[in-house]
Design a protein around this ligand. Structure first.
Ligand SMILES: NC(=O)c1ccc[n+]([C@@H]2O[C@H](COP(=O)([O-])OP(=O)(O)OC[C@H]3O[C@@H](n4cnc5c(N)ncnc54)[C@H](O)[C@@H]3O)[C@@H](O)[C@H]2O)c1
Ligand SMILES: O=C(O)[C@H](O)COP(=O)(O)O
Length: 528
């Protein structure tokens, strides 16, 4: 039995490793304790990789992982996964978004309480120094304080709820949610960031991206209350670290609770030298409960994706397959085949691909566009193209992609049309699906047809004069090519189109001979 290789790049709970070990068609490699340079050697055999925040899925990693089909980030944040790099290579990236939510929420509350009661310092004085000095440890209460929560997602909204239980006055800033998501829970909502800066305690729970890096820096801290407390259990760099250090030193920030650092592991970070910081080593997700669940979900998702069955929580799929109704699926297949056919007979560099849809199909024209790109690019680039990287590659190659929905006046219930623009002009193809999944090309340029997009075919545009069929037949017979079907369509200006389905491949000499016939206008060979 051929086996899929799943490489586990970071520590995950045994529960998931046991699943991998006990799955017959999986060969699993545990590479968590291996040097990251050596990992590059191991990763080349992987069909699927499981990673956490300790493994950067960057250019080096992806260049080494030549066989990789999917990657599972065994956690929420995927800021250290090069998603564009994955898309470009057709690798599906997934995360495990909710299994560590509670762990991160509870660590945030722990940091908040630790900061207000200076817990680690009080603890160390008694435990390490054996000093009993109660007067050194007057803390503050959460009760009645104003808490600003930046990011009201899975973690942020639960932190806010728990803070309410401490009778805090909670306000949130998250421009991507509806205000009622917060107000329905009795939490104030603001779109004015200044309201957050006016709080006694601020905690952040956003992803790390271009918009959120340095969201709190020197200018923002200047506007805060003296003695503010800042918590970061999301990602290092959301609070500018230099600004944190300087303002903790001056006392503008009374305390900071920090679980995450811009560069990890952070064992010689300036924050560690300060007396008013509580720190943990990125432990937000480190509960046994959460790690067990993440590990199980990661292992199951890795197996499913290795087998090509499903891609739960995919981050870079252009299409959510679960939302595509059954009647659209054959159109997707037909679109890809027609695009493949059209690109073969276009014989010139493609500049633009336009997909239009009629009928109920119109709603899914974006998905059809993606598959048209797969079909076109498979011919024109020689690259391994799939629906993850198709639009990405098209954009990179400067191919203009567009969609159109058109009024249904073709007489077909649903119809899809692909128009390709090349240096030699425009070519178009239309198709429909009849009952029982009968896929048909119904138009090629201006010629009305009825052909199944399947097998080997010669497509010949010719002057509509007597004797052409006989001449074509004799050239093919001379070359031992059997004709299985011959379809003729008459167009305007005394032109006709012949689609000749054949049993054997026609080489370039055969195509040249056909093209040399007096009646010939254009001849192409295509294979689906
Ligand atoms: N310390 C840890 O070990 C640990 C554990 C789990 C998650 N995390 C991190 O916590 C963060 C939040 O995780 P989550 O599960 O709540 O994610 P989530 O996707 O459920 O929530 C993120 C929220 O941030 C909001 N947001 C995005 N951009 C914003 C902006 N510019 N301003 C304000 N809000 C913005 C989104 O609208 C969303 O509501 C992530 O960065 C994740 O990596 C850290
Ligand atoms: O984003 C996350 O899920 C957390 O930061 C956890 O990261 P980890 O898997 O490296 O603990």
């Amino acid at each position: 039995m051929s086996k899929y290789t799943i490489v586990v790049c970071d520590h995950i709970h045994d529960a998931g490793l046991n699943i991998l070990q006990n799955t017959e068609d999986i060969n699993y490699v545990y590479a968590a304790d291996i040097d990251k340079v050596k990992l590059l050697d191991i990763i080349k055999n992987a069909d699927v990789a499981i990673t956490r925040s300790s493994t950067d899925v960057d250019e080096k990693f992806l260049n080494a992982a030549t066989n990789l089909k999917a990657i599972i980030r065994a956690g929420v944040g995927y800021d250290n996964v090069d998603i564009d790099g994955c898309s470009k290579r057709g690798i599906i990236a997934m995360n495990v978004p909710t299994a560590n939510t509670i762990a991160a929420v509870e660590l945030t509350m722990a940091h908040m309480l630790s900061c207000l009661r200076k817990f680690p310092y009080a603890h160390n004085q008694l435990k390490e120094e054996r000093v009993w000095k109660r007067e050194d440890w007057y803390g503050n209460e959460l009760y009645g304080k104003k808490l600003g929560v930046i990011g009201f997602g899975n973690i942020g909204h639960r932190v806010a709820l728990r803070a309410k239980a401490f009778e805090m006055d909670v306000i949130t800033y998250d421009p991507y949610i509806s205000s009622t998501k917060a107000t329905d829970l009795g939490i104030k909502y603001t779109t004015n960031f200044e309201d957050i800066l006016a709080c006694d305690i601020i905690t952040i729970h956003t992803p790390k991206n271009k918009e959120t890096i340095d969201m709190i820096s020197f200018d923002e801290i200047k506007k805060m209350k003296d003695g503010v407390v800042l918590i970061n259990c999301a990602r290092g760099g959301l609070y500018n670290e230099e600004a944190l250090v300087e303002n903790l030193k001056s006392g503008k920030i009374a305390m900071a609770g920090i679980d995450v650092f811009k560069k990890e592991p952070a064992t010689s970070h300036p924050l560690l030298d300060l007396p008013n910081v509580t720190v943990t080593a990125h432990l937000g997700a480190n509960t046994k409960e959460s790690q067990r669940e993440i590990s199980i979900q990661s292992a199951n998702n890795a197996i499913e994706s290795a087998r090509g069955i499903s891609y739960p929580n995919a981050l870079n799929l252009p299409i959510d397959e679960s939302k595509i109704p059954a009647f659209v699926k054959p159109y997707i297949e037909l679109t890809q085949k027609m695009a493949f056919l059209l690109a073969q007979i276009s014989k010139s560099q493609i500049r633009a691909v336009e997909v239009s849809a009629e009928g109920d199909l119109s709603e899914y024209v974006d998905s059809l566009q993606t598959f048209a790109s797969v079909g076109v690019l498979s011919v024109s680039t020689g690259l391994s193209v799939n629906y993850v990287n198709a639009n990405f590659i098209a954009n990179e190659k400067g191919i203009d992609l567009s969609t159109k929905t058109i009024t249904n006046n073709s007489g077909y219930k649903n119809r899809v049309t692909i128009k390709i623009t090349t240096a030699n002009g425009v070519k178009s193809i239309s198709g429909t699906v009849f009952e029982d999944n009968i896929q048909r090309v119904v138009k090629l340029d201006d010629f009305v047809l009825d052909i199944e997009p399947k097998g080997k075919m010669i497509i010949m545009k010719n002057k509509d004069i007597p004797g052409v069929v006989g001449q074509v037949g004799s050239i093919l017979a001379k070359n031992n090519i059997n004709i299985s079907d011959f379809r003729l369509s008459r167009g305007k200006n005394d032109h006709a189109l012949a689609v000749i389905l054949i049993d054997e491949k026609a080489n370039s000499k055969v195509i040249e001979d056909l093209d040399n016939l007096e009646a010939s206008i254009a001849v192409a060979y295509a294979e689906i």
